[in-house]
Design a protein around this ligand. Structure first.
Ligand SMILES: [Zn+2]
Length: 731
């Protein structure tokens, strides 16, 4: 095999990996021999050094969505797409974005003495550990939260831990009201927008979100530039859009925010309550949070609310002792000495701004399947430089595209059309991907997969999330790709999960005993594809200690010191991403695993039933459970048909795809109709983390039996619909 022999010098590891076993049988292919050759040819192309060059170029300037520097990155990516032979266009949309004009945060003690005046600029000592060459660029915007309104407010402060629903409930139980207060919360546990979402519901006037050193600072290890963790002045920016209500441009839920969209089709700015917060919110560093937290009096915080700053954390208020029985308050005799007052003055320039997706297409050649797209994407915009988030993903994607381009030159043509998306304004609320997906809703109804990457590389540990129907597909791809650590990506992934209990916790055991793959929640661009349109999706990355997320210091210097100095993990990610695309473009039969999917759904329902019983909610699961079991049985049966497909598998493939679409409920979830998938959604109160069978589980969570019961019906209908499609196709 000439192809393989040519590769020996280029790819010794790949050869070892493939030399150990004959051509593997990959699910979905009648005969994998030809594909294995294309795979090898492809894998020789993604180049570590070139990936490093892409990263350096993309991160040479701060490139916040809609800025001229962001447009320059679009032009760069479009150039690489064109050079690889993709039909390429830059697609603009007009979306609502806030840009900070002025940010003032100050704190005072009870006597009016100033405790801090900020925000302190992000800065590390230039004379220690090499400093940071990027930190003084005047184009760096002050740290802010996307979607925060303007405001000029002054109020007393209460500490609310991570700002989860449970944290706010605990404060309420202690008799501490956050009404008309400024709540200070730490990052972690939930999506930041949810902190504001809940604080707002509890009547808070404003929110400060800070990064506690316990979570990603010195408590975890040495801070930048000595180590990879967050230095004291570094701030985590981020969107606080109410993503679980709907993502994308706030003014155009469900429709594309094209440049020519008439203003009458947009929701006016003063009527955006659904997914836009109404209380000012801003992120701060632990350097700026420390004087506020240190001066807070009132009761000691619950001990598990204590972070890693060197003093005891207090709540900022005295609990209502009647409400909590004989709890001893630690307040001094003068209750006023417990008070800290914060003044937040946020001036945001909120306007419709132009953003730019870059779309590259390789047309498919199969007359019957060329319209069944494979979409693969990564966002390009960054809060500042975005070396890890997202441009480590973009650099890998560009090398995957480089590989596809070389295949095109050698005569390869895909059966199905491949569409590569470089999304803009993801950071603001998945805007570029959502608007594009909404614009192409019709054709995406039969797109066969969406492959996402975002934080492509922050270290050496491979990680993936996927719908259950694609879990085995992802594992098979990783078995072909060599790991820089030796063996295959799959081997290292498995070994990492065996030693890393933290990783096991992130991905609870599934319904097969193989490597664990996470569930798609939200916080990246797969959301419009899977949760709005039912396109089976995956998300891949390679992780490590990463404390500079969404700060200025997520830059090329940090990346080459701590994430991937020689870009070999970039190369690995380009190969995995590229093979996902190649396999899905040419597989004879769509390799969806509905057997595992069915088992997982039965498991979700049984767990929900158990929870409902524990909470003494009377719910009838009979119909939904029967439907889930029918779906699981149909999934097991169709695997035999997939393994021995008819000569023309077109109809079978259409049914396989339609079975996923049938899991959508056209009415959507209660209070958030944009989310249509009955099995997966970001949690209303978690944001990033997925809630499975969300309608049912959120009803149970809220102890709302009628709501949970009313959601069991459309779930059962969806499962029966999907099962019927699979049963008909199993012949
Ligand atoms: Zn990102």
């Amino acid at each position: 095999m000439t192809v393989l022999r040519t590769l020996t010098c280029l790819l010794p590891l790949a050869l070892i990996a493939t030399a150990q076993s004959p051509t593997p049988q990959v699910f979905g292919y009648r005969d994998f021999t030809q594909q294995a050759k294309w795979d090898e040819t492809f894998m020789a192309v993604p180049d570590a050094k070139l990936a490093g060059e892409h990263l350096k170029t993309l991160t040479s300037a701060p490139h916040w969505a809609s800025s001229p520097e962001d447009y320059a990155t679009a032009v760069y990516v479009a150039g690489k797409f064109k050079a690889a032979g993709l039909e390429t266009e830059i697609v603009p949309y007009k979306v609502l974005l806030n840009k900070p004009v002025k940010i003032v945060i100050e704190a005072f003690d009870a006597s009016g003495a100033k405790l801090m005046s900020g925000p302190t600029p992000e800065h590390v000592d230039p004379n220690k550990n090499g400093g940071d060459p990027f930190q003084d660029d005047p184009r760096i915007l002050p740290a802010f939260n996307g979607s925060s309104p303007s405001g000029d407010i002054t109020a007393e402060v209460v500490y609310a831990n991570y700002g989860t629903l449970a944290d706010f409930q605990q404060l309420a139980k202690l008799g501490i009201s956050v009404k008309d207060k400024i709540v200070i919360v730490r990052y972690g546990e939930n999506f930041r927008g949810i902190k504001t979402y809940i604080a707002q519901q509890y009547g808070a006037k404003g929110v400060l979100i800070y990064s506690d050193p316990a979570d990603d600072g010195y408590f975890r290890g040495d801070v930048y530039p000595k180590g990879p963790w967050r230095p004291d002045s570094a701030v985590q920016r981020g969107s606080i859009q109410f993503l679980p209500i709907y993502p994308g441009d706030p003014t155009t839920p469900g429709i594309a925010a094209t440049l020519d969209l008439p203003a009458s089709k947009r929701i006016p700015a003063d009527k955006l309550q659904a997914n836009q917060p109404s209380i000012p919110t801003n992120p701060i560093s632990y350097k700026d949070a420390a004087p506020i937290l240190k001066a807070l009096g009132g009761d000691e915080s619950p001990r598990e609310w204590q972070g890693a700053l060197p003093f005891t954390y207090h709540l900022g208020a005295i609990s209502n002792k009647e409400a909590v029985g004989n709890k001893t308050a630690t307040a001094t005799s003068n209750p006023d000495s417990t008070k800290v007052t914060v003044h937040m003055h946020l001036e945001q320039d909120i306007a419709l701004r132009t953003i730019w997706d870059v779309i590259g297409t390789i047309p498919g050649t199969s007359p019957s399947q060329k319209d069944d797209w494979i979409v693969a994407g990564n966002h390009r915009d960054a809060w500042v430089y975005g070396a890890v988030d997202p441009n480590s993903g973009t650099a890998a994607m560009l090398e995957a595209v480089h590989g596809l381009g070389d295949l095109l030159k050698q005569g390869w043509r895909p059966q199905r059309t491949i569409v590569i998306g470089s999304w803009d304004a993801e950071e603001e609320g998945l805007m570029g991907s959502t608007e594009w997906a909404e614009q192409h809703e019709k054709i995406l109804a039969h797109a066969v997969a969406y492959f996402n990457t975002d934080v492509g590389v922050s270290g050496p540990d491979f990680n993936a999330s996927a719908v259950p129907s694609l879990k085995q597909f992802v594992r098979e791809v990783t078995k072909e790709v060599p790991s820089p650590k030796g063996g295959t990506v799959y081997d290292q992934w498995k070994a990492d999960q065996q030693v890393n209990t933290n990783r096991r916790r992130q991905h609870p055991a599934g319904y097969d005993s193989d490597v664990r793959i996470g569930t798609l929640g939200s916080g990246s661009d797969y959301t419009p594809f899977i949760q709005h349109l039912g396109v089976p999706s995956t998300d891949i990355g390679s992780d490590g200690p990463y404390g500079v997320y969404h700060s200025t210091f997520d830059d090329y210097t940090w990346f080459t010191k701590f994430a991937d100095p020689t870009f070999v993990y970039e190369q690995q990610q380009a190969r995995v991403f590229g093979l996902e695309i190649l396999h899905m473009a040419d597989t004879d039969v769509l390799p969806y695993d509905y057997e595992l999917y069915g088992k997982e759904i039965v498991g979700y329902l049984e767990a929900a039933q158990k929870r409902a019983t524990e909470q003494k909610l009377t719910l009838n699961f009979t119909a939904a459970l029967a439907a889930a079991k029918r779906f699981a049985a149909a999934g097991a049966a169709i695997r035999a048909t997939q393994a021995a497909p008819p000569a023309d598998p077109t109809a079978l493939n259409q049914s396989l795809r339609a079975a996923e679409e049938a899991l959508l409920n056209p009415a959507g979830l209660p209070r958030r109709a944009w989310f249509k998938h009955t099995i997966y959604a970001p949690g209303e109160f978690t944001g990033y983390a997925a809630v499975v069978i969300p309608g049912v589980n959120e009803g149970i969570e809220a102890a709302d039996a009628p709501r949970a019961q009313s959601q069991l019906a459309p779930l059962a209908e969806a499962l029966n619909r999907s099962a019927a499609i699979l049963e008909t196709a199993t012949k």
